[in-house]
Structure formats: C-alpha cells, structure tokens
Write a protein that binds this ligand. Sequence first.
Ligand code: ADP
Ligand code: MG
Length: 505
Amino acid sequence: MTLVEEAQKVAREFDYPASELQRAIERFGEQMRDGLQRSGSTLSQIPTFVTAVPNGTEKGLYMAVDLGGTNFRVCSIQLHGNSTFSLTQSKVAIPRELMVAKTSKELFSFLAKQIEAFLKQHHEEHYEGHIRRRKTMSKGEGFKEEEIFNLGFTFSFPVQQNGINRGTLLRWTKGFDIADTVGKDVCALLQEEIDALHLPVRVAALVNDTVGTLMARSYTSPGKTGTLLGAIFGTGTNGAYVEKLSKIRKLTELNDVASYDTSTGEMIINTEWGSFDNEQAVLPTTPYDAGLDADSVNPGIQMFEKRVSGMFLGEILRRAVLSLVRNPSVPLFSDENSSLNDVHSTTNIADSSGLWRTWGLDTSFLSIAHGDESAGLRITRQALDKEYGITAASEEDAEAVKAIASAVGRRAARLSAVAIGAVVLNSEKLRESETEPVDVGVDGSLVEFYPGFEEYIREALREVPEIGEKGEKRIRIGIAKDGSGVGAALIALVAGKVNPPTEND
Ligand code: ADP
Ligand code: MG
C-alpha cells in the first residue's frame, strides 16, 4: 500500500454510517426523555426557568456580563425592537491571583468594580444622575425603577440553578479555586458587591451560554418563527432547546424553586449533551478515541463532547497521525537520509513538535488541512513546518494528513447532526407544519470556521428517515453573533417581566 492508501485506511476508521446515526438519534431521544423525568440521568436536562423566546420586537437598554475561564466581559446592549441591536463592550483578563483568592469577595468586588468603570465610561449621564440623586436623598430607597439596569450574568461554571436569578456553585473548573464560593448563590454574591458600590444595577438573570445563543438567535432570526435550539460547537459542545412544560416531569420535584411564568407552556432546557451516551452503547470508538479518554482528566465522562468539540478533535487527529508515524512500514514524514532506527531520528519531526505531545495539535489545524485547495497542498505543508516543526513534508505526507483530518471533522459534524436531529424530532415541529422553518442558532469556532461543517450536518440529517430531504430543507441553521451578550440581555429582559423587582431592590 502507498502512504496515501495507508492514511485512507485510518480515515475509514472514522466512518459513521447512516444506520449507526439512526441508532444514536433514537438513544439521544430516550436520554432526553429520561432526563426530563429525574435527576441523575445521563443527559442532565436542566430547567433554566426561562419560559419564552424573543421574537425580535423586544426593546430597551440592558447590561450583560460574562465570566468565562479567562476574561470578564461587560457590555450594554440596546435592543432596537426590529431584530437589530447595538452593543458596547469592554473586556479584562481576570488576574490569576483572584482565580485562587481566599474569599469570594475578592473576585466579586473586582467584577463589580469593572461594572462601575464601564458605567462611568459608557453611560456617564445615567451613572452621574443616579449618584447625584442618591446624595441628595436622606435614604437610599428613592430611585425609580426605570433608572436601574437589568443585568444578565453569563457564568460558565457548573451551577445548580433554582430560579431565574438564583444558582449555587457546584464546583469551580478551569483553574479557579475559591473554597468559600462553593454552595453559594453567585448572583447574590455579585449583587452584594454591586450594592456596596451603590450602582444602579440589578442582577436579573443567571445565564448559560447555550441559552444565550438560543435567545440571541431567536431575536435576530428572520420572520416571526421562534428559535427551537441553540447549540455550541466551540471548546466544548452543548445545546439548549424549548420544551413543553408538561413534559418536564421533574420540575414538580424540585423544591425551593422560584415562581416562573407558566403562560407560554414552555421552558428552555439546558441539555448538557456533552455527556450523551457516556455508557458508550452507540458512540463510535476508534483506538484514538479510547487513548484520548484514558489520558484525559475525566475518563468515561463527556464522551460525546470528546468526539465532537474543539478541545478534542486536534488530539484525536494527533493520535491517528502518530499511529502512522510509528508504523515502520509507512513512510510518513520520513527522513530518507537517515539510517537510524529510532522513530524520532528517522522522521522530519522536531523533538519539540506538538505532534509528540498530548494536546499538542490544535483543532484549527483540521480546518487548515481540510480546507486546503492550494497547489501541492502548500498551505498544509507550511502549517506543518511553522506550527508543528515538521520540515520538508512531501505532498503525499500532506495528503495523508488531510485525509485523516477530513475524516475526523466529518465524523464530528455527523455526530453533531445526531444531537440536532434528535432535538428537532423530539419537538415534533416537522409534523406540526408543512412549511414553517425549524430555526437553530449555533455558535463556536468549530462550526464557524471548519469548512463545510454545516453541509456535513445537513448531509447526515437527510439520511435520517424521519427527517429526509424534505425535513432537512426546513431546518434553518444560523450563527448567533455576540450570542452571550445579546442573549444575556434578552434573558434579563424576560426576567424583568416575570419577576418584577420588589420594593427593597
Ligand atoms: P469558547 O468555546 O471558549 O467560547 P470558541 O468558540 O472560540 O471558544 O472555541 C474554541 C475552540 O475552537 C478551541 O478548542 C480551538 O481549538 C477551536 N478552534 C479555534 N479556531 C478554530 C478553527 N479555525 N477551526 C476549528 N476549530 C477552531
Ligand atoms: Mg463560546
């Protein structure tokens, strides 16, 4: 076999045929339903207490903050009421020492100070007016409701949400470690520090990024149709969708819940689908997937995410390519001038190359190789040289790597179609109408930048008998730009309507 044929053989290990896809869709549906009945299920199916999606006519000025792993973003969003918005934002890196501070207060007072600085810089009139009034009043209770900014708080750590603006931290992740925050309500912690600075801001909603994506897309999507699903394909993967209240059986078991609006008969559910089929009854598994999982910090967990999202695809490709490099009968990246037997010295791969290191290959490389149409695959060879210390890669080398990269990316997209297809079928929207589009909002670098990711999803959706060509055409997929800011603002708006502030606010 030639080098390229050997590579194609590895690429075929990532084939994911229609019959398996169909089986996975059925199981996904079962796990969705199970998660609505009880806690402790494979798909967490977390109720978000958001009970309506926007239709584009929403208006007003809102604030949003986003505490991700690395940065803290503060923004204000003016919703114009015609599906468009203006957004002003600032971003600061979170100081390392605050991520591991002794007390929550140190981190949250820092966050409140960023909100204060943002208000002073971008909404000075509003801010000054508020401060002036406070100074001229004997008591601090006199300002009017319309002077207060409702703020949506996007918080990307595991929380147990028990109300639209209430949620306790389960555990820190991503390098954060502040012991006394665990078990506390993060909205209350932020509100305390905002109040200490006398800012005219009310934390109105706690927001998950998938819910933000769903809301943002629903506001900006064309026409009156509300969006069904918001999905993230970035570092991780997850989705939030609109479910019928009557199907969320476990809602009645949750005690200590805030009241929520039941008039729409619906609620947005955060699926946490990264853990779909952790039992591995239907997920495809190559030796490269198994190796990645074994060497991960959480073996056996997030098994769907480990085959789909940006954090992992590069590592899957690295392991697959390495299997060829280590095969003595396959001349990938081989140095023809060497007579030594040691793998390292018979290849053109530098000792420092990321190819030798776990997590050493970034998923953005998949996009480069898969999308490479240059003569002699010059672009891929350049990236191998510049970013991965692989000198003098031949055209055949690049072709081999491209074949495997494309296979890993295509399987990820087909698995993404499992999640999207299952949510669409669960909604019965394809049966309820013949013409209405079924709207899906997506976000994340993988779906945004991997060439043809959406087309691969569509190809897979067409192969599902219950969807078919007719159904696939009705599924409308659009990127939700600035999803976290706009989405959080929209949830703050909805929260303000359902949960009007009390006199003490
Ligand atoms: P986040 O998930 O933190 O919101 P992103 O949506 O930007 O951020 O996703 C980051 C992930 O996307 C990383 O795992 C990165 O490897 C991957 N990524 C970045 N650029 C690309 C690209 N051009 N093609 C495919 N994946 C990419
Ligand atoms: Mg994101």
